[in-house]
Write a protein that binds this ligand. Structure first.
Ligand SMILES: [Zn+2]
Ligand SMILES: [Zn+2]
Ligand SMILES: [Zn+2]
Length: 266
C-alpha cells in the first residue's frame, strides 16, 4: 500500500494564525502543517481516507496529482472507497462537506463508531435529510466497533481503542504492516498488544511539554520503542514542536517527523 500524508498539524494548523514564532514564520515547506489526515492506496486500487479535515479540499488539490497513463492524463478525480473517522473533533471531520464532488461515484462509505455516526447525522443533518438539496455530499454511515475488523476491497482494517484524554477514540491497523494513531494520550494494554511488531506506524506527538489530551513527542518515541515498531513518523504536531530541520534531528534513527505530502510505501 502507498500512504500519502495529507496533513500533520494540530487543530490550529501550522503556521498558527497571528503567530510570529520562528516555526510559524519558517520558509521550510515541512513547517507548513495542514490538519492531520492520510490517504491510503491499497494494492488492489482502493482509496481509504482517514479523517476529513477542514483542509481536505486544499489537500487533494495540492498533494494528489492526476496520474498519467498511456500518455493521457487520467480524470483527476476518483472515488473514495472508505472514509475512516477517528473521532468527532472539528479538525478531523470539518471537511466532510467537501466530499461533494465524490457524488459522481455514489455514496462515500463513512466508517465510525456508533456515537460518532449519531453525532455526524446530527451535525450534518442536511446530508441525511429525506429531501436532499442538489449537490450535498452523498454519504453512507457504517457503524464499526473496536476489534471488529472489516474489509475494504482486499484490505482488512482493525479499529483499535486509544484514549484522547478522557475521550475514547479510534486508531486503525492494517495487518502488521501499518497503523495510524492520532490524538492519543494513552492506550490500553490490549491495543499495545495488537500494535506490537507493526512495520510502519504513524503516531501523534504534539510538542515537548505535557498536554492533558495529547501525548508529547518523547512519549510517542517511547511507544515506538516499546512496541518494537520498525519505522515510525510523528504527526499532529504543533508549532511548539520546533523547526522540522532541527527538532527531527533529535529523534532516534527509526523515528521521524511526518510532513505534508510525504509518501510512504509498505
Ligand atoms: Zn486533532
Ligand atoms: Zn507559532
Ligand atoms: Zn481531537
Amino acid at each position: 500500500m502507498t500512504i500519502t500524508v495529507l496533513g500533520t498539524g494540530t487543530s490550529t494548523g501550522v503556521p498558527q494564525v497571528g503567530c510570529m514564532c520562528e516555526v510559524c514564520q519558517s520558509c521550510d515547506s515541512r513547517d507548513k502543517r495542514l490538519r492531520s489526515s492520510i490517504l491510503i492506496e491499497t494494492d488492489c486500487g482502493r482509496r481509504i481516507l482517514i479523517d476529513c479535515t477542514p483542509d481536505f479540499r486544499m489537500q487533494l488539490l495540492t498533494f494528489v496529482k492526476p496520474q498519467i497513463s498511456d500518455g493521457a492524463q487520467e480524470f483527476p478525480l476518483w472515488p473514495i472507497d472508505a472514509l475512516l473517522v477517528t473521532h468527532m473533533h472539528a479538525d478531523h471531520v470539518g471537511g466532510m462537506d467537501d466530499l461533494r464532488p465524490m457524488e459522481l461515484f455514489g455514496r462515500v462509505p463513512v466508517y465510525a463508531e456508533q456515537r460518532v455516526c449519531d453525532d455526524l447525522r446530527e451535525r450534518l443533518g442536511y446530508c441525511f435529510a429525506e429531501k436532499l438539496y442538489p449537490g450535498v455530499p452523498s454519504m453512507e454511515l457504517r457503524p464499526i466497533a473496536v476489534d471488529e475488523a472489516f474489509e475494504v476491497g482486499c484490505i482488512k482494517v482493525n479499529p483499535l481503542r486509544v484514549m484522547h484524554g478522557q475521550l475514547p477514540i479510534l486508531g486503525f491497523q492494517f495487518g502488521k504492516k501499518f497503523a495510524y494513531i492520532t490524538d492519543m494520550k494513552t492506550m490500553p494494554e490490549s491495543t499495545a498488544q495488537q500494535l506490537a511488531g507493526t512495520e510502519l506506524l504513524i503516531i501523534n506527538g504534539l510538542r515537548h511539554t505535557p498536554h492533558p489530551t495529547h501525548q508529547t513527542i518523547a512519549e510517542a518515541v517511547e511507544w515506538v520503542t516499546k512496541l518494537g515498531v520498525r519505522q515510525a513518523y510523528i504527526t499532529h504536531l504543533s508549532h511548539a514542536a520546533g523547526l522540522h530541520a532541527e527538532a527531527a534531528q533529535l529523534l532516534p534513527p527509526h523515528v521521524g517527523f511526518a510532513y505534508d505530502g510525504m509518501r510512504l510505501t509498505v
